[in-house]
Design a protein around this ligand. Structure first.
Ligand SMILES: CC(C)(COP(=O)(O)OP(=O)(O)OC[C@H]1O[C@@H](n2cnc3c(N)ncnc32)[C@H](O)[C@@H]1OP(=O)(O)O)[C@@H](O)C(=O)NCCC(=O)NCCS
Length: 185
């Protein structure tokens, strides 16, 4: 069953995020890693800033969480975490499909470039890796200030997000992206 997180789910969400994030340990640069990976205050800030978390539950057990955040004219998929013992059993796919059904906006995702499993997961779900210059633009435009260097991140967009890049004003606003840049296939 997929359901929206309640306030009372905060602690369990915090635990599963940090348990699943152990996958990054030793994979992402050490200066990007912290223990816990996401502190309670950070998680609280994310919720306050509009990230809505959804849970995947089976027989009352929380198996995974995933967040969605509307920012300006897009939806961001944020903080996708499936309990390590339950990964590769379709939980993340179901959560992602559910979140995508909640929005008609262009949908963007960012993750660590070294998290090859996550990169494959999003590509398998029809997201396209965007070019470096597009990523830099999207990270600045839609993500709140991230504590990590952008060169460690990759970004993905669904086809529908291509229209973002057809808006000269948005794209040219920081003088970084050519007006007719499109996502690479
Ligand atoms: C990335 C993540 C959220 C994906 O969730 P998941 O539940 O493991 O993903 P799914 O099981 O739906 O799909 C992953 C793979 O399992 C396969 N799969 C799906 N259902 C399956 C099933 N019933 N049995 C076996 N394999 C299955 C999928 O085909 C997919 O294959 P791929 O490796 O070729 O992409 C999860 O692995 C995770 O939490 N990883 C650690 C943290 C992380 O990297 N988060 C991303 C943050 S942006």
């Amino acid at each position: 069953m997929i359901r929206r997180c309640l306030e009372s789910d905060f602690e369990a969400t915090y635990i599963i995020v940090n348990e699943a994030a152990q996958a990054y340990r030793g994979v992402i640069p050490t200066d990007c890693w912290s223990e816990p990976y996401m502190a309670r205050d950070e998680l609280r800030d994310e919720i306050r800033d509009g990230v809505v978390f959804w849970w995947y539950e089976e027989n009352g057990d929380l198996l995974g969480v995933m967040g969605i955040q509307d920012v300006k004219d897009v939806s961001l998929i944020r903080h996708a975490y499936v309990r390590s013992t339950n990964q590769n059993h379709g939980v993340g796919s179901k959560l992602l499909s559910h979140l995508r059904s909640l929005t008609s906006r262009p949908t963007l995702i960012g993750t660590w470039k070294d998290a090859t499993w996550a990169v494959r997961f999003y590509i398998n779900h029809g997201f396209k890796l965007v070019s470096k210059e597009t990523k830099d633009h999207l990270l600045r435009e839609y993500w709140a200030a991230l504590p990590w260097p952008n060169n460690q991140r990759v970004a993905f967009a669904r086809k529908t997000a291509q229209r973002l890049l057809r808006r000269p004003r948005t794209i040219a606003s920081r003088g970084q992206i050519r007006q007719r840049t499109s996502f690479p296939a």
